[in-house]
Design a protein around this ligand. Structure first.
Ligand code: RB5
Length: 146
């Protein structure tokens, strides 16, 4: 899959591990930064990832900060983005299947690296179920237009 990925300093080390893992699995990764452990601001990386997804340059975005919360708040400001903060595998599958989530957010200070990889794999392997969930997503899209 084409995946845009970003982190702040809090998620930088986890992002390096995840990129290695996803590249080895054959995914095409674009890293928008950050590039070091130096303190930086998560919205600066949430925006390019969310925009790439909204503009269909990426099928999926992945954002990692300390908690994943700031990244998810910022990414969900971009129209067409359905960013989901996940800390377990069940939620990762459910948010793809039911919410057609297109950006996965995770908190490096919250979950272990092994769980992060399992969450990412589960998220990427799951597809939207459509059906009754479509009308609910349309209602979310209506909210964006208020
Ligand atoms: C950075 O210290 C931290 O606030 C950030 O990584 C994230 O947790 C924000 O939601």
């Amino acid at each position: 899959m084409k995946i845009y990925i970003g982190s702040d300093h809090g998620g930088f080390a986890y992002k390096q591990t995840l990129m290695k893992h996803l590249t080895a699995k054959g995914h095409e990764i674009t890293d928008v930064g950050c590039d070091s452990l130096a303190s930086c601001d998560y919205p600066d990386f949430a925006l390019p990832v969310a925009k790439a997804v909204a503009e269909k340059k990426a099928e999926v975005g992945i954002l990692i900060c300390g908690t994943g919360i700031g990244m998810s708040i910022a990414a969900n400001k971009v129209k067409g983005v359905r960013a989901s903060l996940c800390g377990d595998v069940f939620s990762a599958k459910a948010t793809r299947a039911h919410n057609d989530s297109n950006v996965l957010c995770m908190g490096a200070r919250v979950i272990g690296e092994g769980l992060m990889l399992e969450i990412a794999d589960a998220y990427l392997a799951t597809t939207f179920e459509g059906d009754r969930h479509v009308k609910r997503l349309n209602k979310i899209a209506d909210i964006e237009n208020i």
